[in-house]
Design a protein around this ligand. Structure first.
Ligand code: ADP
Ligand code: MG
Length: 242
């Protein structure tokens, strides 16, 4: 699985649902190969921002460049992004192997080329031995690893993760975030990881953006945000106000 690393530049992004402006002028510059976290409370606009990058939902005002190309008016399948959600959403009637290969089959790739790519993706998440299982025979953690394999198998340029570990129990979550980071490093895949869990952001992110009410409050390394929060919201959210 090869990958050329791309950056993401977002300029003055606005998005409203009816009268309510949910993204109010977001500016963001994510470096090629970076593991970047969006951290913020529920309702702060993390998913809306991520979905805008993926191309789901209404078209925002402003620009989103992926690898220098403005994608804001492109449909999701032309953006070279892969997204993993909180719920794994595997096809229940398809084996693990067929779930992982589904995106390649949709792209009309011949079966003889799909098989080795699926094998490589399953190896990447350490689940080669489960290739012939059905999703309902897998644990939550295994299902989420398969969802990840299914996403990276099509070789996206950007990996978007919306609270992918939130449905897992606490100890598994810690293990899986290590695996996720190792996989991201191995692939060198520019990644945005959405979470409301500050420890999850801290232990994974190269840099993070703290959001509140659709506004980025601060961007920086976890260390910088903890040591020098720029405002009361960041300080309080990170639990460092005193
Ligand atoms: P987060 O992921 O940080 O919890 P969201 O991006 O899901 O936040 O939501 C941000 C705000 O936008 C919330 O106030 C939410 O109610 C609103 N919102 C999100 N999606 C829609 C939608 N499809 N229609 C109307 N309002 C929405
Ligand atoms: Mg959300």
């Amino acid at each position: 699985m090869t990958n050329q690393m791309v950056g993401i530049e977002i300029n003055d992004l606005h998005l409203s649902f009816g009268e309510t402006e949910v993204l109010t002028g977001v500016n963001l510059d994510i470096q090629p190969g970076e593991f970047f976290a969006f951290l913020g409370p529920s309702g702060s606009g993390k998913s809306t921002l991520l979905r805008s990058i993926a191309g789901f939902g209404p078209t925002p005002q402003g620009s989103i460049r992926i690898g220098g190309r403005d994608v804001v008016n492109l449909p999701p399948w032309k953006r070279n992004v892969g997204m993993v959600f909180q719920s794994y959403a595997l096809w229940p009637h398809m084996s693990v192997r067929d779930n992982v290969g589904f995106g390649l089959k949709e792209r009309k790739m011949p079966a003889s080329e799909i098989a080795p790519k699926v094998d490589a993706a399953l190896e990447l998440v350490g689940l080669t031995h489960l290739a012939d299982r059905m999703p309902n025979q897998l644990s939550g953690g295994q299902q989420q690893r398969i969802a990840l394999a299914r996403t990276v198998v099509v070789e996206p340029e950007v990996l978007l993760l919306d609270e992918p570990l939130s449905n897992l129990d606490a100890s598994l979550r810690v293990q899986m975030r290590r695996e996720l980071l190792a996989l991201q490093r191995k692939l060198g895949l520019t990644t945005i990881f959405v979470t409301h869990d500050q420890e999850e952001a801290n232990t994974t992110a190269d840099r993070m953006a703290v959001l509140d009410k659709g506004v980025i409050q601060q961007i920086g390394t976890p260390q910088v945000l903890y040591d020098t929060p720029e405002n009361l919201f960041v300080a309080e959210f990170l639990g460092t106000a005193n």
